[in-house]
Design a binder for this molecule. Structure first.
Ligand code: GLU
Length: 227
C-alpha cells in the first residue's frame, strides 16, 4: 500500500482463463474498477495463462465480453494494449526467465533437480520440499544435468525471521519465513509459476494496490519477499 487513498491508483484484475467468469472474480474486478475510478487511476486487465494445462481458449473471449457487458471497461489490457504490453502472461515468458536467472545470480533462487518421484515421496509423508538442492555445488548441478534431469528454479526463502504484510482490511499478517518451503518460481518447461509472474508483472506494470480473493492471502508474504 504505497499510495494514499487519494493518489491515482493502478490496480489490476488478473484472471486465469480457465473457465467462465465467476462471481468471486467479478467482485474483485468491480472493486478494482471502482477504486481506479475513485482515485482517477487506471484499471488494468492482465491475463494469467501460464498454467497451460488448465488453459481454456474460449474463456478469454467470454471474460472480456462479460466485463464489457457489465460496463467494467479497462484502461490497459490484451486487446487495447498500453505502456506495459503485452498483457497476456504467456507472451511475456522471456521476461520471467530473465528475472528468474537474475534471482539465481543474486543467490536468492536456485536450480533444483529433484525428480517428480522424489517429490511424491515427500508428499506421501506429508512433508514439504526439504530444500535438498539449495546448496548444490556447480559439480553436483552438472552431474544432475548430465543424468538428463530437468530442473526448476526455486526461491531461496530466508530461513530465519518473519515477514509482515500489511493488508488494508485485516491489518498486519505475519508469517515465519522458515514456513515458506522454497516454492518453484520457474518450471522445467521454462514457464513461470503464478508466484513469479505475479510479482514481476505487478512491479513492471507499476501496480500500486493489489485487490484479490482472500484465498491468496497465504501467498502474500512470499510475494512481498520476492518483490
Ligand atoms: N490469476 C489469479 C486468479 O485467477 C489472480 C490472483 C491475483 O489477483 O493475484 O485467481
Amino acid at each position: 500500500m504505497a499510495a494514499s487513498s487519494t493518489a491515482p491508483a493502478r490496480v489490476r484484475f488478473a484472471p486465469s482463463p480457465t473457465g467462465f467468469l465467476h462471481l468471486g472474480g467479478l467482485r474483485t474486478a468491480l472493486f478494482d474498477w471502482l477504486y481506479a475510478h475513485h482515485t482517477g487511476g487506471q484499471f488494468i486487465l492482465r491475463i494469467e495463462d501460464t498454467d497451460q494445462k488448465r488453459f481454456n481458449p474460449d474463456s478469454l473471449t467470454d471474460l472480456m465480453r462479460s466485463l464489457r457487458w457489465l460496463g467494467l471497461e479497462w484502461d490497459e489490457g490484451p486487446d487495447i494494449g498500453g505502456p506495459h504490453a503485452p498483457y497476456i502472461q504467456s507472451e511475456r515468458r522471456a521476461l520471467y526467465r530473465q528475472y528468474a536467472d537474475w534471482l539465481v545470480e543474486q543467490g536468492k533462487a536456485y536450480h533444483c533437480y529433484t525428480s517428480e518421484a522424489e517429490l511424491e515421496e515427500l508428499r506421501g509423508k506429508g512433508l514439504p520440499y526439504d530444500r535438498r538442492h539449495r546448496t548444490l555445488t556447480a559439480e553436483q548441478r552438472a552431474a544432475f544435468a548430465a543424468e538428463g534431469r530437468a530442473s526448476v528454479i526455486r526461491f531461496a526463502a530466508p530461513l530465519t525471521g518473519t515477514t509482515t504484510v500489511h493488508d488494508a482490511i485485516r491489518g498486519n499478517i505475519t508469517v515465519e519465513n522458515a514456513s515458506i518451503a522454497d516454492p518453484v518460481l520457474l518450471k522445467s518447461d521454462g514457464l513461470p509459476t503464478y508466484h513469479l509472474a505475479v510479482v514481476v508483472d505487478d512491479r513492471l506494470m507499476e501496480i500500486t494496490h493489489v485487490l484479490r480473493g482472500e484465498e491468496w492471502i497465504p501467498s502474500a508474504p512470499l510475494h512481498q519477499l520476492t518483490s
